[in-house]
Write a protein that binds this ligand. Structure first.
Ligand SMILES: NC(=O)c1ccc[n+]([C@@H]2O[C@H](COP(=O)([O-])OP(=O)(O)OC[C@H]3O[C@@H](n4cnc5c(N)ncnc54)[C@H](OP(=O)(O)O)[C@@H]3O)[C@@H](O)[C@H]2O)c1
Length: 330
Protein backbone atom coordinates (compact mmCIF):
# COMPACT_ATOMS: atom_id res chain seq x y z
CA UNK A 1 0.00 0.00 0.00
CA UNK A 2 1.58 3.36 -1.04
CA UNK A 3 2.47 5.78 1.74
CA UNK A 4 2.15 9.53 1.45
CA UNK A 5 0.39 12.28 -0.39
CA UNK A 6 0.23 12.43 -4.17
CA UNK A 7 -0.70 15.74 -5.77
CA UNK A 8 -2.89 15.64 -8.86
CA UNK A 9 -2.40 18.92 -10.72
CA UNK A 10 -5.50 19.40 -12.86
CA UNK A 11 -7.68 17.17 -10.66
CA UNK A 12 -10.97 18.74 -11.75
CA UNK A 13 -10.66 17.78 -15.42
CA UNK A 14 -11.82 14.67 -17.25
CA UNK A 15 -8.72 12.55 -16.57
CA UNK A 16 -8.17 14.12 -13.13
CA UNK A 17 -11.64 13.20 -11.89
CA UNK A 18 -11.06 9.55 -12.77
CA UNK A 19 -7.41 9.41 -11.68
CA UNK A 20 -8.01 10.89 -8.21
CA UNK A 21 -10.50 8.08 -7.59
CA UNK A 22 -8.06 5.43 -8.83
CA UNK A 23 -5.22 6.79 -6.67
CA UNK A 24 -7.39 6.94 -3.55
CA UNK A 25 -8.58 3.40 -4.32
CA UNK A 26 -4.95 2.27 -4.47
CA UNK A 27 -4.27 3.71 -1.01
CA UNK A 28 -2.74 7.10 -1.80
CA UNK A 29 -3.73 10.22 0.09
CA UNK A 30 -4.75 12.56 -2.73
CA UNK A 31 -4.23 16.31 -2.88
CA UNK A 32 -6.34 17.74 -5.67
CA UNK A 33 -4.74 20.86 -7.15
CA UNK A 34 -7.13 23.06 -9.11
CA UNK A 35 -6.97 26.61 -10.50
CA UNK A 36 -10.26 27.98 -9.20
CA UNK A 37 -12.66 27.59 -6.29
CA UNK A 38 -15.40 26.11 -8.50
CA UNK A 39 -14.58 22.43 -7.84
CA UNK A 40 -13.26 22.77 -4.27
CA UNK A 41 -16.37 21.74 -2.33
CA UNK A 42 -17.02 18.75 -4.58
CA UNK A 43 -13.42 17.54 -4.21
CA UNK A 44 -13.39 18.05 -0.42
CA UNK A 45 -16.65 16.13 -0.14
CA UNK A 46 -14.90 13.22 -1.87
CA UNK A 47 -12.33 13.21 0.96
CA UNK A 48 -9.37 14.76 -0.88
CA UNK A 49 -7.05 17.46 0.37
CA UNK A 50 -7.52 20.46 -1.91
CA UNK A 51 -5.15 23.28 -2.89
CA UNK A 52 -5.64 26.17 -5.29
CA UNK A 53 -2.82 26.78 -7.76
CA UNK A 54 -2.43 28.06 -11.28
CA UNK A 55 0.39 26.40 -13.21
CA UNK A 56 1.36 29.80 -14.60
CA UNK A 57 2.07 30.98 -11.04
CA UNK A 58 5.13 29.29 -9.50
CA UNK A 59 4.44 30.53 -5.98
CA UNK A 60 0.94 29.05 -5.87
CA UNK A 61 2.47 25.72 -6.93
CA UNK A 62 5.11 25.83 -4.18
CA UNK A 63 2.36 26.15 -1.58
CA UNK A 64 0.10 23.55 -3.22
CA UNK A 65 2.80 20.90 -3.51
CA UNK A 66 4.34 21.34 -0.03
CA UNK A 67 4.44 18.07 1.90
CA UNK A 68 3.58 15.81 -1.06
CA UNK A 69 5.63 12.75 -1.94
CA UNK A 70 4.91 12.78 -5.67
CA UNK A 71 2.76 14.54 -8.26
CA UNK A 72 0.89 13.75 -11.44
CA UNK A 73 0.62 16.68 -13.83
CA UNK A 74 -2.49 16.75 -16.03
CA UNK A 75 -2.92 20.41 -16.90
CA UNK A 76 -3.16 21.37 -20.56
CA UNK A 77 -5.49 23.42 -22.71
CA UNK A 78 -6.75 22.34 -26.13
CA UNK A 79 -8.00 25.80 -27.02
CA UNK A 80 -6.31 29.12 -26.32
CA UNK A 81 -8.27 31.92 -24.72
CA UNK A 82 -6.92 35.36 -23.80
CA UNK A 83 -3.70 34.98 -21.83
CA UNK A 84 -4.23 31.20 -21.45
CA UNK A 85 -2.03 30.25 -24.37
CA UNK A 86 -0.41 26.96 -25.39
CA UNK A 87 2.91 28.51 -24.47
CA UNK A 88 1.91 29.83 -21.02
CA UNK A 89 -0.07 26.75 -19.93
CA UNK A 90 1.15 23.70 -21.86
CA UNK A 91 4.85 24.60 -22.05
CA UNK A 92 5.66 27.06 -19.29
CA UNK A 93 3.07 25.54 -16.92
CA UNK A 94 4.73 22.13 -17.24
CA UNK A 95 8.10 23.78 -16.62
CA UNK A 96 6.78 25.52 -13.50
CA UNK A 97 5.34 22.29 -12.09
CA UNK A 98 8.59 20.38 -12.72
CA UNK A 99 10.72 23.14 -11.22
CA UNK A 100 8.48 23.40 -8.13
CA UNK A 101 8.74 19.61 -7.68
CA UNK A 102 12.51 19.66 -8.01
CA UNK A 103 12.93 22.51 -5.52
CA UNK A 104 10.45 21.09 -3.00
CA UNK A 105 12.29 17.75 -3.21
CA UNK A 106 9.31 15.60 -4.22
CA UNK A 107 10.28 12.06 -5.17
CA UNK A 108 8.93 12.28 -8.72
CA UNK A 109 6.64 13.79 -11.33
CA UNK A 110 4.40 11.79 -13.64
CA UNK A 111 3.71 14.03 -16.61
CA UNK A 112 0.88 13.43 -19.08
CA UNK A 113 1.81 14.49 -22.59
CA UNK A 114 -0.04 13.33 -25.73
CA UNK A 115 0.58 10.79 -28.48
CA UNK A 116 2.09 12.54 -31.50
CA UNK A 117 3.78 15.27 -29.45
CA UNK A 118 6.85 16.41 -31.37
CA UNK A 119 8.72 19.44 -32.63
CA UNK A 120 7.12 19.56 -36.09
CA UNK A 121 3.38 18.88 -35.92
CA UNK A 122 0.25 20.87 -35.04
CA UNK A 123 0.58 23.81 -32.62
CA UNK A 124 -1.14 21.92 -29.78
CA UNK A 125 1.11 18.87 -30.16
CA UNK A 126 4.18 21.09 -30.47
CA UNK A 127 3.23 22.75 -27.17
CA UNK A 128 2.83 19.32 -25.53
CA UNK A 129 6.30 18.40 -26.80
CA UNK A 130 7.69 21.70 -25.48
CA UNK A 131 6.11 20.86 -22.09
CA UNK A 132 7.93 17.51 -22.13
CA UNK A 133 11.18 19.28 -22.90
CA UNK A 134 10.66 21.58 -19.90
CA UNK A 135 10.14 18.53 -17.68
CA UNK A 136 13.28 16.81 -19.02
CA UNK A 137 15.35 19.98 -18.57
CA UNK A 138 14.12 20.63 -15.01
CA UNK A 139 16.20 17.93 -13.36
CA UNK A 140 13.09 16.60 -11.54
CA UNK A 141 12.83 12.81 -11.41
CA UNK A 142 10.05 12.06 -13.87
CA UNK A 143 8.16 9.64 -16.07
CA UNK A 144 6.33 10.91 -19.17
CA UNK A 145 3.30 9.25 -20.77
CA UNK A 146 2.04 10.04 -24.26
CA UNK A 147 -1.46 8.56 -24.42
CA UNK A 148 -3.75 8.41 -27.43
CA UNK A 149 -7.42 9.47 -27.01
CA UNK A 150 -8.29 8.40 -23.46
CA UNK A 151 -11.60 6.52 -23.17
CA UNK A 152 -13.45 6.89 -19.89
CA UNK A 153 -16.82 7.88 -18.44
CA UNK A 154 -17.83 11.47 -17.77
CA UNK A 155 -16.28 13.33 -20.70
CA UNK A 156 -13.28 13.26 -23.00
CA UNK A 157 -13.29 12.05 -26.57
CA UNK A 158 -15.90 9.30 -26.10
CA UNK A 159 -18.47 11.87 -24.99
CA UNK A 160 -17.53 14.27 -27.80
CA UNK A 161 -17.78 11.56 -30.44
CA UNK A 162 -21.12 10.47 -28.98
CA UNK A 163 -22.47 14.00 -29.21
CA UNK A 164 -21.26 14.36 -32.80
CA UNK A 165 -23.04 11.12 -33.72
CA UNK A 166 -26.21 11.86 -31.74
CA UNK A 167 -26.72 15.38 -33.09
CA UNK A 168 -25.18 14.88 -36.57
CA UNK A 169 -25.41 18.04 -38.70
CA UNK A 170 -27.14 19.83 -35.80
CA UNK A 171 -24.16 19.42 -33.45
CA UNK A 172 -22.77 22.97 -33.97
CA UNK A 173 -26.19 24.53 -33.33
CA UNK A 174 -26.82 22.31 -30.33
CA UNK A 175 -23.45 23.45 -28.85
CA UNK A 176 -24.47 27.04 -29.44
CA UNK A 177 -28.04 26.90 -28.20
CA UNK A 178 -28.34 23.80 -25.95
CA UNK A 179 -31.56 21.75 -26.20
CA UNK A 180 -30.72 18.07 -26.27
CA UNK A 181 -34.03 16.52 -27.22
CA UNK A 182 -34.95 19.02 -29.97
CA UNK A 183 -31.67 18.56 -31.83
CA UNK A 184 -31.62 14.78 -31.25
CA UNK A 185 -35.08 14.67 -32.85
CA UNK A 186 -33.90 16.81 -35.81
CA UNK A 187 -30.88 14.50 -36.18
CA UNK A 188 -33.12 11.44 -36.37
CA UNK A 189 -34.89 13.08 -39.32
CA UNK A 190 -31.54 13.83 -41.02
CA UNK A 191 -29.51 10.75 -39.99
CA UNK A 192 -26.07 11.71 -41.30
CA UNK A 193 -22.77 12.36 -39.55
CA UNK A 194 -20.76 15.00 -41.38
CA UNK A 195 -17.11 13.88 -41.37
CA UNK A 196 -14.62 16.62 -42.13
CA UNK A 197 -11.97 15.19 -44.46
CA UNK A 198 -11.48 11.58 -45.55
CA UNK A 199 -12.12 9.87 -42.20
CA UNK A 200 -9.19 7.56 -43.00
CA UNK A 201 -6.64 8.80 -40.44
CA UNK A 202 -5.84 6.05 -37.93
CA UNK A 203 -5.96 6.20 -34.12
CA UNK A 204 -5.42 3.93 -31.11
CA UNK A 205 -7.83 5.04 -28.36
CA UNK A 206 -6.72 3.77 -24.96
CA UNK A 207 -8.81 2.82 -21.93
CA UNK A 208 -8.24 5.07 -18.90
CA UNK A 209 -7.89 1.98 -16.68
CA UNK A 210 -4.93 0.75 -18.73
CA UNK A 211 -3.25 4.15 -18.61
CA UNK A 212 -3.85 4.38 -14.86
CA UNK A 213 -2.38 0.94 -14.27
CA UNK A 214 0.86 2.24 -15.80
CA UNK A 215 0.69 5.57 -13.92
CA UNK A 216 0.19 3.82 -10.56
CA UNK A 217 3.22 1.64 -11.21
CA UNK A 218 5.30 4.59 -12.42
CA UNK A 219 4.67 6.33 -9.09
CA UNK A 220 6.56 3.56 -7.31
CA UNK A 221 9.03 1.98 -9.72
CA UNK A 222 12.53 3.44 -9.96
CA UNK A 223 13.40 1.43 -13.08
CA UNK A 224 11.08 3.59 -15.25
CA UNK A 225 12.39 6.98 -14.13
CA UNK A 226 13.46 9.28 -16.98
CA UNK A 227 11.51 7.29 -19.59
CA UNK A 228 8.84 8.44 -22.06
CA UNK A 229 6.13 5.89 -22.84
CA UNK A 230 3.79 6.07 -25.82
CA UNK A 231 0.50 4.37 -25.04
CA UNK A 232 -2.37 3.55 -27.36
CA UNK A 233 -5.02 0.87 -27.17
CA UNK A 234 -4.69 -2.52 -28.89
CA UNK A 235 -6.88 -1.61 -31.91
CA UNK A 236 -5.90 0.68 -34.77
CA UNK A 237 -9.11 2.31 -35.99
CA UNK A 238 -9.84 4.95 -38.60
CA UNK A 239 -11.93 7.98 -37.71
CA UNK A 240 -14.75 6.47 -39.83
CA UNK A 241 -14.55 3.23 -37.81
CA UNK A 242 -14.67 5.20 -34.56
CA UNK A 243 -17.86 6.95 -35.69
CA UNK A 244 -19.42 3.65 -36.82
CA UNK A 245 -18.63 2.03 -33.46
CA UNK A 246 -20.06 4.99 -31.55
CA UNK A 247 -23.29 4.81 -33.60
CA UNK A 248 -23.48 1.07 -32.89
CA UNK A 249 -23.01 1.59 -29.11
CA UNK A 250 -25.64 4.34 -29.13
CA UNK A 251 -27.92 2.15 -31.25
CA UNK A 252 -28.30 4.90 -33.83
CA UNK A 253 -28.56 4.43 -37.58
CA UNK A 254 -26.33 7.00 -39.24
CA UNK A 255 -24.73 7.51 -42.64
CA UNK A 256 -21.38 9.18 -42.93
CA UNK A 257 -21.14 12.22 -45.19
CA UNK A 258 -17.54 13.08 -46.03
CA UNK A 259 -16.80 16.74 -46.59
CA UNK A 260 -13.70 17.23 -48.77
CA UNK A 261 -10.66 19.03 -47.35
CA UNK A 262 -11.11 22.45 -49.06
CA UNK A 263 -14.78 22.78 -48.09
CA UNK A 264 -14.06 21.40 -44.60
CA UNK A 265 -11.37 24.06 -44.02
CA UNK A 266 -13.82 26.78 -45.06
CA UNK A 267 -16.52 25.44 -42.71
CA UNK A 268 -14.04 25.31 -39.84
CA UNK A 269 -13.00 28.91 -40.44
CA UNK A 270 -16.68 29.90 -40.21
CA UNK A 271 -17.11 27.79 -37.02
CA UNK A 272 -14.12 29.45 -35.40
CA UNK A 273 -16.04 32.72 -34.96
CA UNK A 274 -18.78 30.96 -32.92
CA UNK A 275 -18.59 31.20 -29.10
CA UNK A 276 -18.37 27.39 -28.68
CA UNK A 277 -17.18 25.92 -32.00
CA UNK A 278 -17.40 22.14 -32.45
CA UNK A 279 -13.86 22.05 -33.83
CA UNK A 280 -10.96 24.46 -34.30
CA UNK A 281 -8.47 24.52 -37.22
CA UNK A 282 -5.66 23.00 -35.13
CA UNK A 283 -7.94 20.15 -33.93
CA UNK A 284 -9.04 19.48 -37.52
CA UNK A 285 -5.42 19.29 -38.63
CA UNK A 286 -4.65 16.83 -35.80
CA UNK A 287 -7.53 14.58 -36.88
CA UNK A 288 -6.32 14.36 -40.50
CA UNK A 289 -3.05 12.53 -39.78
CA UNK A 290 -2.37 9.06 -38.36
CA UNK A 291 -1.82 9.11 -34.59
CA UNK A 292 -0.52 5.63 -33.84
CA UNK A 293 2.42 4.14 -31.99
CA UNK A 294 4.29 0.98 -31.13
CA UNK A 295 3.00 0.01 -27.70
CA UNK A 296 5.52 -2.71 -27.04
CA UNK A 297 7.64 -0.85 -24.50
CA UNK A 298 4.70 0.31 -22.35
CA UNK A 299 2.86 -3.03 -22.57
CA UNK A 300 5.92 -5.07 -21.61
CA UNK A 301 7.24 -2.70 -18.96
CA UNK A 302 3.92 -2.38 -17.14
CA UNK A 303 2.57 -5.84 -18.04
CA UNK A 304 -0.58 -4.31 -19.51
CA UNK A 305 -3.43 -6.32 -20.94
CA UNK A 306 -5.02 -3.60 -23.05
CA UNK A 307 -8.80 -3.41 -23.31
CA UNK A 308 -10.24 -3.48 -26.86
CA UNK A 309 -11.57 -0.20 -28.24
CA UNK A 310 -15.22 -1.31 -28.57
CA UNK A 311 -15.28 -2.46 -24.95
CA UNK A 312 -13.67 0.77 -23.68
CA UNK A 313 -16.10 2.87 -25.65
CA UNK A 314 -19.11 0.91 -24.41
CA UNK A 315 -17.93 1.23 -20.79
CA UNK A 316 -17.18 4.94 -21.23
CA UNK A 317 -20.62 5.71 -22.58
CA UNK A 318 -22.56 3.47 -20.23
CA UNK A 319 -24.71 5.66 -18.03
CA UNK A 320 -24.91 8.51 -20.52
CA UNK A 321 -26.65 6.43 -23.19
CA UNK A 322 -30.39 5.92 -23.46
CA UNK A 323 -31.97 3.84 -26.19
CA UNK A 324 -31.00 5.76 -29.27
CA UNK A 325 -28.68 8.54 -28.11
CA UNK A 326 -27.22 10.38 -25.17
CA UNK A 327 -28.87 11.48 -21.95
CA UNK A 328 -27.80 14.60 -20.11
CA UNK A 329 -24.99 15.33 -22.52
CA UNK A 330 -24.74 19.10 -21.79
N1 LIG B 1 -8.45 13.49 -22.74
C1 LIG B 1 -7.69 12.82 -23.60
O1 LIG B 1 -8.18 12.01 -24.43
C2 LIG B 1 -6.20 13.04 -23.62
C3 LIG B 1 -5.42 12.37 -24.58
C4 LIG B 1 -4.03 12.53 -24.56
C5 LIG B 1 -3.44 13.34 -23.60
N2 LIG B 1 -4.22 13.99 -22.70
C6 LIG B 1 -3.56 14.83 -21.69
O2 LIG B 1 -4.06 14.49 -20.40
C7 LIG B 1 -4.11 15.64 -19.58
C8 LIG B 1 -5.51 15.77 -18.97
O3 LIG B 1 -6.45 15.93 -20.02
P1 LIG B 1 -8.01 16.14 -19.72
O4 LIG B 1 -8.74 15.61 -20.89
O5 LIG B 1 -8.34 15.69 -18.35
O6 LIG B 1 -8.09 17.75 -19.76
P2 LIG B 1 -9.22 18.68 -19.08
O7 LIG B 1 -10.46 17.92 -18.85
O8 LIG B 1 -9.29 19.90 -19.94
O9 LIG B 1 -8.59 19.06 -17.67
C9 LIG B 1 -7.57 20.00 -17.54
C10 LIG B 1 -7.38 20.35 -16.09
O10 LIG B 1 -6.42 21.42 -16.01
C11 LIG B 1 -6.94 22.47 -15.20
N3 LIG B 1 -6.35 23.73 -15.64
C12 LIG B 1 -6.56 24.41 -16.79
N4 LIG B 1 -5.79 25.52 -16.81
C13 LIG B 1 -5.09 25.54 -15.65
C14 LIG B 1 -4.12 26.41 -15.10
N5 LIG B 1 -3.72 27.52 -15.72
N6 LIG B 1 -3.60 26.10 -13.88
C15 LIG B 1 -4.00 24.99 -13.20
N7 LIG B 1 -4.91 24.13 -13.68
C16 LIG B 1 -5.45 24.41 -14.89
C17 LIG B 1 -8.43 22.40 -15.41
O11 LIG B 1 -9.10 23.08 -14.36
P3 LIG B 1 -10.61 23.64 -14.58
O12 LIG B 1 -11.43 22.42 -14.82
O13 LIG B 1 -10.95 24.35 -13.35
O14 LIG B 1 -10.49 24.53 -15.79
C18 LIG B 1 -8.62 20.88 -15.36
O15 LIG B 1 -8.58 20.44 -14.02
C19 LIG B 1 -3.70 16.81 -20.47
O16 LIG B 1 -2.34 17.08 -20.25
C20 LIG B 1 -3.89 16.31 -21.86
O17 LIG B 1 -3.01 16.92 -22.79
C21 LIG B 1 -5.59 13.86 -22.67
Amino acid sequence: MPQGVVAVVGASGFVGSLLTRALAGAGWTVRAIVPSAVAVDRLRALGYQVALADVRDRRSLDAGLAGCRAAVHLVAILRESGDETYDSVNRQGAGNVAEAIKIAGLDRLIHLSALGAGPSCTRYLRSKWAGEEEVRRSGARHVIFRPSFIMGPGGGSAEQFAQAVTYGPWYPLRLLLGGDSVFAAFANLTPVIPILGSGQARFMPVDHRDLFSAVLQALERDDVLGETFELGGPDVVTFDQIMDTVAEVLRLRRWKLHIPGGVASMIIRIFSVLPNPPIMPDEYETLQVDNVCDNTNAVQTFRLSLRPFAMSLRDALQGSVSSGGLVGGE
